[in-house]
Ligand binder design. Structure first.
Ligand code: TRP
Ligand code: SF4
Length: 403
């Protein structure tokens, strides 16, 4: 296994309503793939939802369970990934508080989403302490699991970048234990002579020539060591990169490709545009939604020729149809050989077929909330175990361990 496949993955979603096909084709399918290649933690960011919905928190609780059901129905497997609720792992809040001590105000004020969202959500008063701290809470979410990869959309990349800066600052301030160099040298010997020599050579190449390849080979070498304690590994990561001990490793964002799934009106599928197909919409409603989708405005009557490039239905064909069907649409639309109702039928069939197993699974979970709750309970516990360990390290590093 190489370094990339070993990294822990963490991502979260705010519970603000039912998930739709845009989420499925963008985020969820991606998570489903990741869960087989990595250790994954996926969580419901209920505190983050409260930063913007503190005045009407009632929707949060229902949305949390709906979201868990949608995730499970979409194929997130509790056997492969841990699913948990942020507020059930209160360690996130403690780390948030501790990190707040070292976070310059300017770093938070400069995060682009801070001003953007305040502008965009004018009807809400977001001049709150909690909202300013939104990205720092997110940093705590990520760092508490020492996650290596954070799958996020474009809009969240700045938050992962802030997280890296916070981690760097933390390690810089608290990673300098007395006798660091000697301890690192000592740890080196535990790899065996040959590996230790190789490690030092790679370290020299990286530090003297900035050779990235040497850095990643050295990382892989460290990752593969079975006889070195976690503390020593952290020391050696830091030694390798020319810092002190790395207590909180820097995560990387794993950019989720933008969903190609358009909304019913051809704009991006989004709840705020009221153009969605929810994963749990009834088949009749889905059929109706697609039948009433707008088409090329030039096709007023059945015999008016049209242009698929001007029609949102065509974008659905690009996602769902094979070449044969697409050729049929292109020809039939341009020469008025087919009607729009006919043209939409294969889409209706495909969407219903895609959603059928998802909806069946969702129904099973809806009727068995005990199972859903126990999946989340287990996820919460597994998450807490990791989170507690990290906090132990953090408290020690900050001098408040009292042991
Ligand atoms: N802010 C993220 C969003 O709105 C949700 C989130 C909270 C998150 N904490 C996270 C995502 C940690 C990734 C990692 O989509
Ligand atoms: Fe759109 Fe199909 Fe009608 Fe052409 S025939 S306008 S592609 S729905």
């Amino acid at each position: 296994m190489n370094t990339v496949t070993r990294q822990r993955v963490l991502s979260g979603m705010r519970p603000t309503g039912l998930l739709h096909l845009g989420h499925y084709h963008g985020v969820l399918k991606n998570w489903v793939n990741l869960q087989h290649e990595h250790e994954c933690f996926f969580f419901i960011a209920d505190w983050h939802a409260l930063t913007t919905h503190y005045e009407d928190p009632r929707i949060i609780e229902q949305s949390v369970w709906d979201m868990v059901i949608d995730w499970l129905a979409a194929g997130i497997s509790p056997g492969a990934a841990k699913i948990f609720i942020q507020s059930r792992v209160p360690e996130h809040a403690e780390l948030h508080t501790l990190l707040s001590m070292i976070t310059p105000l300017g770093w938070l004020e400069r995060v682009p989403t801070y001003k953007d969202q305040q502008e965009k959500l004018k009807e809400k008063d977001l001049a709150t302490y909690g909202f300013l701290g939104y990205p720092l809470l997110q940093s705590a979410d990520i760092l508490i699991y020492k996650a290596g990869l954070v799958p996020v959309g474009e809009d969240q990349v700045a938050h992962v970048e802030l997280t890296r800066e916070i981690a760097r600052r933390f390690n810089h301030l608290y990673g300098r234990e007395p006798g660091f160099e000697e301890k690192a040298e000592q740890a080196c010997t535990k790899m065996g002579k040959k590996n230790a020599r190789m490690f030092k050579e790679l370290r020299r190449k990286y530090q003297e020539q900035g050779d990235q390849e040497s850095l990643s080979v050295a990382h892989a070498l460290l990752d593969s060591q079975q006889n070195i304690s976690i503390g020593d590994k952290e020391r050696l990561y830091g030694y390798l990169e020319g810092q002190g001990k790395i207590i909180l490793p820097e995560p990387q964002s794993l950019l989720t490709p933008a969903s190609k799934m358009p909304g019913l009106d051809g704009q991006k599928m989004s709840k705020s545009y009221a153009n969605t197909i929810a994963l749990r919409d009834k088949p009749d409603d889905i059929t109706h939604k697609i039948r009433t989708m707008p088409t090329d405005p030039a096709r007023v009557r059945r015999n008016d020729p049209g242009d698929p490039d001007k029609c949102p239905v065509w974008q659905f064909h690009l996602i769902y149809s094979d070449d044969g069907t697409r050729d049929w649409v292109q020809a039939g639309c341009r020469n008025a050989g087919i009607g729009c109702v006919e043209c939409k039928q294969p889409i209706i069939d495909c969407v219903l077929k895609e959603l059928k197993p998802i909806q069946e699974r969702a129904r099973e979970y809806e009727n068995d909330m005990a199972t859903v709750r126990s999946i989340v309970d287990e996820g919460n516990e597994a998450a807490r175990e990791v989170a507690r360990d990290t906090l132990d390290d953090v408290r020690k590093a900050m001098g408040i361990a009292y042991i």
